[in-house]
Design a protein around this ligand. Structure first.
Ligand SMILES: Cc1cc2nc3c(=O)[nH]c(=O)nc-3n(C[C@H](O)[C@H](O)[C@H](O)COP(=O)(O)OP(=O)(O)OC[C@H]3O[C@@H](n4cnc5c(N)ncnc54)[C@H](O)[C@@H]3O)c2cc1C
Length: 471
């Protein structure tokens, strides 16, 4: 390898066709009458990810192409907009069935977050929220906007909850909402992490005189077409996921509409918006882990040391084998979760928070292991995707809830009989007994390690059926 430009890794390949385990899992789950069509669609999507989208995303992440604020709007480079539009036009939102669109999200994330998949997660979440809790009028006005790939910034939705004093404990939000005579609301306060500020977002605020957190829709333009009164403050100088913008936003009597019953704000946020985002975190992290594995495997074949490829060195071989095992276990677990969500199986209540912890943690480990094999070249941003993937992987561990917060939610779900029974049925007896005997016993300190233990056991258990999957 004389020239650094020579290392291409996965770029130029079809991410779906080169992934027999995922092909086998998806193929086995599709109904007979749709199998051929969907497999062809996913193949076309995998080709786009390794081809045009990989190239657009790489260009969009050059320093000079980062998003900027112009007036009160974010402006993206042409390649970023084109990448979003191209991906969106290949079918990323409902009514595309969940397993198909999450498979696409997984493939897309093999190019890193890319400035696309955070906006995708939030747009998917807002579509779910509108469909489940929006009024007929809100659905009519806002669903077409979210599904429109021709707007200036496709995948245009946001979800702005976190405030300066902290994101984990939403009940501490200080933003206030005051209802108007016409039923609309005006918001005052500061949101601290606002990713992808676009045409519409969902936000949290406490109605005047109440300590209960309510949910509100905020459009960039008010119903009469005039600009809303929020102020976009500085863009954050992010290390990671910098293809999309993250800003602070100040509400100054900002127009808003309530969605769902105000007293149920937190429950709706968790059950609809954050649930969707956390499924996306698992898809994203699985994609990062897969890309790290492909880069490491390719590097192992191509990097020559002492006249032989490094994958012939025993410790490199065993590192690559461990990465492959970790990835296969995570893949089995994530697709099990997708299938459970689609089937409305109660095990999903446990699997979603558990995998948010486990798979995002695995992705960071996969990328780190790959970087150690790349050694010096691992830290050159122009050599491979790994530095960007590494930063993006850490963010998946943080946003949409840190590990202790998610562990608390996984254990809470495990205390509900239906969810517990459905989840424990997947696990080997030993860990199932430990969990069912000691539920309620775990301190906060223990809860993350208990969840990681349960996740590792889940992977081991699911891997037993690996051989039965075609491909
Ligand atoms: C790139 C990026 C983009 C983001 N975009 C958005 C966005 O668009 N919208 C949005 O709303 N948010 C966004 N966030 C914010 C993100 O969701 C929060 O960072 C996250 O929820 C954690 O909140 P915090 O950073 O305020 O940490 P804190 O809540 O201050 O937590 C600090 C530490 O304390 C621990 N901790 C806190 N509470 C508890 C508890 N009860 N039990 C145990 N441990 C606890 C946490 O695990 C963490 O380690 C974004 C974050 C990043 C990094």
């Amino acid at each position: 390898m004389a020239e650094k430009e020579e290392f291409k890794g996965a770029v130029g390949t079809n991410y779906f066709e080169t992934d027999p385990l995922v092909r086998g899992l998806v193929c086995g789950a599709l109904p007979d009458d749709r199998r051929e069509t969907v497999m062809e669609e996913l193949s076309a999507f995998g080709a786009a990810c390794g081809g045009e989208l990989a190239s657009l995303i790489t260009t969009a992440h050059r320093d000079e192409n980062k998003p900027k604020i112009d007036g009160n709007r974010v402006v993206y480079c042409a390649e970023q907009v084109q990448a979003r539009r191209k991906a969106m036009d290949l079918g990323l939102l409902p009514p595309v069935p969940l397993v198909e669109r999450m498979t696409k999200a997984y493939l897309l994330n093999q190019n890193g977050e890319g400035g696309i998949t955070c906006p995708l997660a939030m747009t998917d979440g807002l579509v779910a929220l509108l469909e489940s809790h929006g009024s007929a009028d809100q659905k009519k006005r806002y669903l077409p906007l979210l599904r429109d790939s021709s707007v200036d910034t496709p995948l245009t939705a946001g979800q702005f909850v976190t405030e300066k004093q902290g994101g984990s404990n939403v009940s501490e939000n200080e933003t206030r909402a005051v209802q108007q005579a016409d039923g609309s609301w005006r918001l005052t306060g500061l949101k601290w992490f606002c990713s992808n500020p676009g045409d519409l977002w969902v936000t949290t605020a406490k109605p005047e005189g109440s300590e209960i957190v309510g949910l509100f829709l905020v459009p960039r333009l008010k119903p009469d077409g005039s600009p809303n009164t929020h102020k976009l403050l500085d863009l954050k100088n992010l290390s990671g996921t910098y293809g999309k913008a993250t800003a602070e936003i100040e509400y100054e009597g900002t127009y808003a509409e309530s969605i769902g019953r105000p007293s149920h704000g937190l429950a709706i946020l968790l059950g609809s918006v954050l649930k969707t985002s956390r499924i996306h975190v698992a898809a994203a992290s699985l994609g990062f882990g897969r890309r790290a594995l492909v880069e490491a495997t390719t590097w192992g074949r191509e990097r020559i040391v002492l006249k032989r490829p490094i994958h012939d060195i025993p410790h490199v071989r065993s590192k690559l084998d461990a990465m492959k095992d970790r990835q296969e276990g995570a893949t089995m677990a994530v697709f099990r979760m997708f299938f459970a969500v689609e089937a409305k199986d109660p095990s999903a209540d446990v699997l979603i928070p558990l995998l948010k912890i486990g798979v995002s943690r695995d992705a960071s480990r996969q990328v780190r292991d790959a970087r150690l094999l790349f050694a010096g070249n691992a830290v050159d941003r122009d050599f491979s995707i790994l530095p960007r993937l590494s930063e993006d992987a850490l963010i998946q561990e943080i946003w949409e809830g840190t590990h202790p917060i998610l562990a608390g939610q996984a254990l809470k779900a495990l205390r509900r009989q239906r969810s517990r029974d459905a989840f424990l049925a997947i696990l080997p007896d030993a860990i199932a007994d430990l969990l069912s005997d000691r539920l309620g016993d775990f301190s906060d300190d223990e809860s993350v390690s208990v969840c990681i233990h349960a996740y590792e056991s889940l992977k081991t258990s699911l891997l037993r059926s690996r051989e039965s999957i075609p491909g």
